[in-house]
Design a protein around this ligand. Structure first.
Ligand code: XLS
Ligand code: MG
Length: 349
């Protein structure tokens, strides 16, 4: 066990305060302005915001370099004025007509070039916002039809794109956020293991790490806390997107711990037991408000997820470690699981 941090720092992205649109229906709430979102973050006790490049600089594709840095500086100023910082920037490579067939792995070389140029702009924005972290959620890197693409070629395109970014900014660190499906049928980098292996193929593996989202692990049929433990053992867990997910379906981004409290407990436990946060890592929440929430109460999912993390942290810290060790020594795992259930329920044991 590594010594735990005394207090965690929390973050979320502006997209986590949303208007409730889904593929079957339009928005149901008026939007918050960016400034209102910043105020909500501060009010709820968050420390940082996460950004898609165009959250920080809207209409990015139509702007020149000077306009981009001017807007990025204005965004940074709003953060500073409210005592917040930027955790990371992620290029939004899934919206443009030029990323319909993938971004770094599109079959058309002009589309691949667009993806790299856009990523370089995202790095410029990250520099203006004062963060060395770039997150790559490889949304459209995968296939709908096996015969349309070559996997080894696609992997090489990904390596080349990451190398270009690492070369462009020598301080940059890249976090790959694996997800097995959605929007793609099959993603090229579906799991933490794939992301680690990809990082190892790049010119500087020491600057490529992982962001783990709870729901993405569940969609891959894996246990989120085990995946976090795996990345931690390689010192590669540089950010997390805690949330929850009810089974194998679309990415639900439910509040942390809403579906499976014990699974959430084990994520907090593995982070706490392995010193997560001691190198400045944030506890990020990638959660979505239910479509039924009215605007005035549409930030509760963020407050609740943070609260649940802290409640579970108390449970982790108050575990009877000698009892746990003794039950492990006796190999009485039935008793161990009974103890954990009692502890989580606050039942007399
Ligand atoms: C989508 C991803 C997305 C990233 C940020 O499934 O979780 O929200 O975290 O680009
Ligand atoms: Mg995410």
């Amino acid at each position: 066990m590594t010594e735990a941090i005394t207090s965690y720092r929390f973050s979320f992205g502006p997209w986590n305060l949303s208007e409730g649109a889904d593929p079957f229906g339009p928005p149901v709430r008026d939007p918050f302005t960016f400034l209102e979102k910043v105020k909500i973050a501060k009010q709820l006790g968050f420390d940082a915001l996460q950004f898609h490049d165009d959250d920080a600089v809207p209409e990015l594709d139509s702007l020149g370099p000077e306009q981009i840095s001017k807007q990025a500086r204005a965004t940074k100023q709003i953060l500073t004025d409210h005592g917040l910082v930027a955790e990371f920037v992620a290029p939004r490579l899934w919206f443009s007509p030029r990323t319909i067939d993938g971004a770094y792995t599109a079959n058309d070389p002009a589309d691949r070039a667009y993806a790299v140029e856009r990523s370089i702009k995202a790095i410029d924005i990250a520099q203006e916002l004062g963060t060395p972290l770039l997150v790559l959620w490889l949304a459209r890197e995968g296939t709908y039809v096996r015969e349309a693409k070559s996997v080894p070629e696609a992997v090489q395109y990904l390596v080349d794109a990451i190398n270009t970014m690492l070369e462009y900014d020598k301080q940059l660190r890249i976090l790959v956020e694996p997800k097995p499906n959605e929007p793609m049928d099959q993603a090229y980098i579906p799991t933490v293991g794939h992301a680690l292996a990809l990082g190892n193929r790049t010119a500087d593996p020491s600057r490529v790490g992982i962001l783990i989202e709870t729901a993405h692990q569940i969609l891959a049929g894996l246990d989120p806390s085990d995946e976090m433990g795996f990345a931690l053992s390689f010192h590669k867990l540089w950010s997390v997107h805690l949330n929850d997910q009810s089974g194998l379906k679309f990415d639900e981004d439910k509040s942390f711990g809403e579906v499976d409290l014990r699974r959430a407990f084990n994520q907090v436990r593995v982070l706490e037991e392995n010193g997560y946060g001691r190198n400045g890592e944030y506890v990020g929440l990638d959660v979505k408000a239910m479509r039924t929430q009215k605007k005035e109460v549409s930030a509760k999912h963020l407050a609740n997820s943070k609260q649940t993390f802290l409640w579970l942290l108390d449970k982790v810290r108050s575990l009877n470690r000698s009892l746990q060790a003794e039950l492990v020594r006796q190999r009485d795992y039935e008793e161990l699981t009974r103890y954990i259930t009692a502890h989580l329920l606050g039942a007399r044991y």
